[in-house]
Every structure is written in structure tokens, then in C-alpha cells.
Design a protein around this ligand. Structure first.
Ligand code: ATP
Ligand code: MG
Length: 509
């Protein structure tokens, strides 16, 4: 007989009339790594929020049985006391506090009512060691990358005595190496007897790490699979309810002239202007072409795209941007937008969305000119246009009047994409466009990107997923340490070759 550490029975959760969970059953065996899979909006995060007490007892129906006891958690602290720790989909560290302050925030190490910083630092050092992070505990969280932040979150979980660790898309923002480290860590925790629940859209990772997999669809449990011989295709079938034969739309490119060029582009750090972040970059896009930029985290890809998009990053920027043979100004964002550029940010919460507004407002905010007459917004057109993009992107929401803050992670990403697609740019930079997006929706997004290219636009995809770069792009640039280190046609490219170019020291382009 199996020994369950957790049983969630017949869970129902509604948000003012919207049924996010209609009947979910989940059984977690002691010591296993259990994966939760499902499309965007299937209810994965909601289920984990119910479990952790974020949605307290009384706000949902059904039973939570943990360690053989019925639990009625009032809040997160209540479940943490029992050793249930959740790491949320969107990281929740305070950027302006140090690592050690973040780890012991709300759990201060005090002696006689005074915080013992020495002890705090010692403990932090030990915790950072547990997660394999070699970093000074005194530096600010804003100064470390997302990959390291993720590890700090896990270190924080270990500062509380964790027995059931819940990770909601822990590797979404990580590159392959960081992801592999993190998954290795979860396996190590398993050897120490810690049970984990992991939510991920990266099915290859699920297949490699999970003992069992539960699939949710539209707020219901579809099935739980033993991972003895599971394939990604089989999981997809459970998620979408049908076979999905191709991951990428077939591409029949019709590529024209070079119409967009960036020449000798050099960018310095916004605060420390002696640091060179991008050096002598030369880059171009042809009409109808999809270009990729591959690189490891910190290679300078985002900084490049943002600096071209209206100097949104950097200082002391030099070089030329040329469109249709003429030099154009990208001195600020309005100038870049006016000249037909758009940039979809990798950090949707900080830069992509206004969380206080609804889907309609977020979709149209960068295209107000299109929906206004004489400076007045045509409310009806706003609704029609926002609705059109919601349908095109298959954004799962009760209506376009739903606040984006209450959308599932993947559906928020679709709103960010809608916003920039609506500006109908000539050149579109997409930075990690499918992060946290389910396989079915990825295909929809790829199709829209293809359609834009077919209409003669130029697209640049920055992605840490090499299969995505290889699946979508006609030509691929590689970057390392702020320089372009390679340029290859897709037909000549493979993962290994790209990895080599991504770690090359000298510039070849
Ligand atoms: N606070 C809320 N108010 C209204 N609706 C909500 C709220 N939170 C979640 N929902 C809805 O519940 C459904 C499930 O959302 P949930 O975040 O659990 O999805 P998910 O499976 O985690 O998706 P993703 O893979 O995109 O993260 C969605 O349709 C979402 O819009
Ligand atoms: Mg989620």
C-alpha cells in the first residue's frame, strides 16, 4: 500500500463566479517528485495556493489531508508550520533588500529583541551552500540574475523546516545549465526524504525528474501517470485532449532585402558607464525574416534589444540604426515606436503589464492612436480590438474586463504579446516570448509570428530554448559577453554548434 503524505479530495475553487477548480483530486506519495501539468489557466497555481493556505480554509470546497490529518490552513504561515513551503511562479523577493535580509524576512534571527546580523549571515551562508550558490549574502537581490534569485528562494524555503516543497515553474526563467542544476538539487532533496511538487511547461524536464505526473485540464484532474516510460507526446495528449503532431508550424519563408540594420553598436552600463555591456555589434534583418539570438544568461541579448528599442537600457550608446536605407532615431521609446519598432519584454510583471488594469486596457495601451479620434479614445473600438486579440491568442479569461493581475501566468504573457502585436510593428523583438506558455498556446504564438513574417515584417527572437530557436528562426546570431560571436543559417545549425558559438570568447561578426 502506498503511503500518501498529501491527499487533496474533490477540491472546488471559485473566483466571483469563475470556476478555476471544479473537481480536483491529487494524491502525493511520501518522498516522491510529483509533477503537475496542464495548459495555461488549467488551475495548477490555484490548486497549490489552496494547498498552502494562501486561499484559506472556507474559501474552497473539499478536503486537504496532510500527514493523515485534515488541515484547515488559515494562511501561508499555518501551512509553513507543517513544513509545506511554496515557491511562487512569479518570484517574490524584495529587490532592495540583501540576500540575507530576504531569507530571514518575517523570520528574523533575534536575541533579546535585537536582530543578530552575525547569526543571520552565518545561517544564510550555510543555506546558500545547501543550494550550491557561491555568492556574498550581503549583496542586494536586484543585483543578481533570476536564476540566482530562484536559488535564493529555495534557500529561503530551507530556512523553514521544509517537508513538502512546491515549486511553481521554477525553471521558466532559467537557462539549460541552471535548470539542470536546480533539477539535480530537487533530486538530492528527494534523497534526503523531502517530497516535491513541481509545476512546469518544460515537458522534457518533467519526464527526466518526476516519479509521477498529474494532469489538470479546465480545473479537473484528468489522470495521474506513473513515469516509468512516459513520453512528452503522451503528456501533451492528456493536457490538450488530443494529439499534437507538430510543435512548430511549417515554415515557407519568403525572404526579401535587408531593411533593418544596427551598426557598430556599443552600450555601456546605465550606472557604471565605464563597463561595456555590448561591444561593436552588427546585426541585420531582412524583410520576412525570423532571426534568432542565442546566448547564455548574461550574454547581453536583452541589453542589446532594449538599447535598440529607444535606449531603454544603457548609457553612452553609440552606433547607427538604419531602416530602409535611412538612419533612424531610437533615442527614446516614442521615437523607436514611431519608427516601427516593438520589444516584448522577458520580465512581464515589471515592464510588460500594468497590473491594475484589465485585459482591454493593457492590450490597447501602446496603440492608443489607432483607437482614438481627435485625442479621444473610441471605447467601442477599444473593446472590439482587444476582443480580437484575446480570441487570436486564445487568452483564457472571463472577459476582456478581467484584471490582468488575476490571470494565470501564461495568459498574462499572451496579453503582453497582444499589446505589442497590436502596434503592428515593422520590426519586432521578442524576448523569451514563450516563457511559461503551454505547448498548445506556443504553437498559436509561433503561428502569429509566422504570419507577421509572411506579411514582410522582420522578427527577432531572443530565446534560451535552443529547440525554439532552431524550430522558428531562418538565421541565428549567437552572443557571448556582450559581443556577437557567430551567425549561422538554420539549415547549417544544430544545438551543439550553437552551444560552442555561445561560449566563444572572440567576436566573429
Ligand atoms: N484571483 C483570481 N480572480 C479571478 N480569476 C482567477 C484568479 N486567480 C486565478 N483565476 C483564474 O483561474 C484559472 C486558473 O488559473 P491558474 O493560475 O491556476 O492557472 P495555471 O494552471 O497555473 O496556468 P499557467 O500555466 O498559465 O500558470 C484561470 O482561468 C484564471 O484566470
Ligand atoms: Mg500558474
Amino acid at each position: 500500500m502506498s503511503d500518501y503524505i498529501l491527499e487533496m479530495n474533490n477540491i472546488v475553487k471559485e473566483f466571483s463566479g469563475v470556476r478555476a477548480l471544479s473537481n480536483v483530486n491529487l494524491k502525493i506519495e511520501r518522498g516522491e517528485i510529483h509533477a503537475l501539468c496542464g495548459e495555461n489557466g488549467a488551475g495548477k497555481s490555484t490548486l497549490m495556493n489552496v494547498l498552502s493556505g494562501l486561499y484559506p480554509y472556507g474559501s474552497y470546497e473539499g478536503d486537504i489531508i496532510y500527514e493523515g490529518e485534515v488541515c484547515k490552513f488559515k494562511d501561508l504561515r499555518d501551512s509553513e508550520e507543517k513544513g509545506i513551503v511554496i515557491i511562487h511562479q512569479e518570484l517574490a523577493l524584495s529587490p532592495y533588500l540583501s540576500i540575507k535580509e530576504n531569507i530571514f524576512l518575517g523570520n528574523e534571527q533575534a536575541k533579546h529583541g535585537v536582530i543578530d546580523w552575525e547569526l543571520t549571515e552565518k545561517k544564510t551562508e550555510n543555506l546558500l551552500k545547501t543550494v550550491g550558490l557561491k555568492i556574498n549574502p550581503n549583496i542586494l537581490v536586484s543585483q543578481i540574475g533570476v536564476g540566482q534569485q530562484q536559488l535564493v528562494e529555495i534557500a529561503k524555503a530551507f530556512s523553514k523546516s521544509v517537508r513538502l516543497l512546491i515549486l511553481d515553474e521554477p525553471t521558466a526563467a532559467l537557462n539549460e545549465e541552471e535548470s539542470a542544476n536546480l533539477l539535480g538539487l530537487i533530486k538530492e532533496f528527494k534523497n534526503q526524504g523531502i517530497t516535491s511538487i513541481i509545476i512546469s511547461h518544460k515537458l522534457n524536464e518533467i519526464v527526466s525528474v518526476a516519479d509521477r505526473i498529474t494532469i489538470l485540464r479546465d480545473g479537473e484532474t484528468i489522470e495521474t501517470l506513473e513515469n516509468s516510460m512516459i513520453s512528452e507526446e503522451r503528456i501533451i495528449k492528456g493536457m490538450v485532449g488530443r494529439d499534437l503532431t507538430n510543435r512548430y508550424p511549417e515554415r515557407h519563408p519568403n525572404i526579401g532585402e535587408v531593411f533593418f540594420e544596427v551598426k557598430d553598436w556599443t552600450v555601456h552600463h546605465p550606472i557604471d558607464s565605464s563597463r561595456v555591456i555590448n561591444k561593436d555589434i552588427n546585426f541585420h534583418i531582412r524583410k520576412g525574416e525570423i532571426v534568432g539570438i542565442a546566448g547564455l544568461m548574461g550574454a547581453g541579448r536583452t541589453e542589446f534589444a532594449m538599447s535598440v528599442f529607444g535606449h531603454s537600457y544603457g548609457s553612452n550608446i553609440s552606433g547607427q540604426v538604419i531602416k530602409d536605407g535611412q538612419e533612424i532615431s531610437v533615442k527614446d521609446v516614442p521615437a523607436a515606436v514611431k519608427n516601427g519598432l516593438a520589444y516584448v519584454s522577458e520580465d512581464r510583471k515589471a515592464l510588460g503589464l500594468n497590473l491594475l488594469m484589465d485585459i482591454r486596457e493593457n492590450t490597447t495601451i501602446a496603440s492608443l492612436g489607432k483607437i482614438s479620434h481627435g485625442g479621444v479614445i473610441d471605447k467601442e473600438k477599444e473593446i472590439v480590438d482587444a476582443e480580437e486579440y484575446r480570441k487570436r491568442m486564445h487568452t483564457k479569461a472571463s472577459s476582456i474586463f478581467q484584471k490582468v493581475s488575476s490571470l494565470s501566468g501564461g495568459n498574462q504573457q499572451k496579453v503582453v504579446l497582444s499589446k505589442w502585436l497590436m502596434t503592428e510593428p515593422d520590426i519586432l523583438f521578442l524576448d523569451e516570448p514563450t516563457r511559461g506558455i503551454d505547448v498548445g498556446a506556443k504553437y498559436e504564438i509561433y503561428t502569429i509570428i509566422e504570419e507577421m513574417a509572411a506579411a514582410g515584417k522582420g522578427i527577432c527572437i531572443i530565446s534560451s530554448e535552443l529547440p525554439e530557436i532552431l524550430g522558428m528562426c531562418d538565421r541565428i546570431y549567437t552572443m557571448n559577453e556582450g559581443r556577437m560571436t557567430g551567425e549561422v543559417m538554420r539549415v547549417d545549425a544544430n544545438q551543439e554548434m550553437l552551444m560552442n558559438l555561445m561560449t566563444l570568447e572572440e567576436s566573429v561578426v
